[in-house]
Design a protein. Structure first.
Length: 97
């Protein structure tokens, strides 16, 4: 898609639903990004259960990276595909830092 088509697409979404809501629980843009990344092939309920304790210790990219792969996996192991999700979430944190 070119830039014009992308802008049109998002304008259409905004017009159809100007105040979108989610069941994911978050208190920052980073927490929302994390929850969305973890939500692929998972329910919002399962993501919320995992992120409730995760966000208490790692609510920034730096803190997430400090957990390391095994540490992060310990928090999200109840979510399907947690091995690859942890890897990709840490890669995302690297990009953000």
């Amino acid at each position: 898609m070119n830039a014009t088509a992308i802008e049109h697409f998002f304008a259409t979404l905004a017009a159809a639903n100007p105040q979108p809501q989610t069941e994911l629980k978050y208190s920052s843009v980073f927490e929302l990004l994390t929850a969305v990344l973890l939500s692929a092939q998972a329910t919002d309920v399962s993501v919320n259960k995992a992120t409730q304790s995760l966000f208490l210790v790692a609510n920034t990219p730096q803190k997430m990276l400090a957990l390391g792969l095994e540490g992060l996996e310990g928090y999200i192991k109840t979510i399907g595909l947690y091995h690859s999700k942890a890897k990709h979430l840490l890669q995302t944190c690297q990009m953000l830092v």
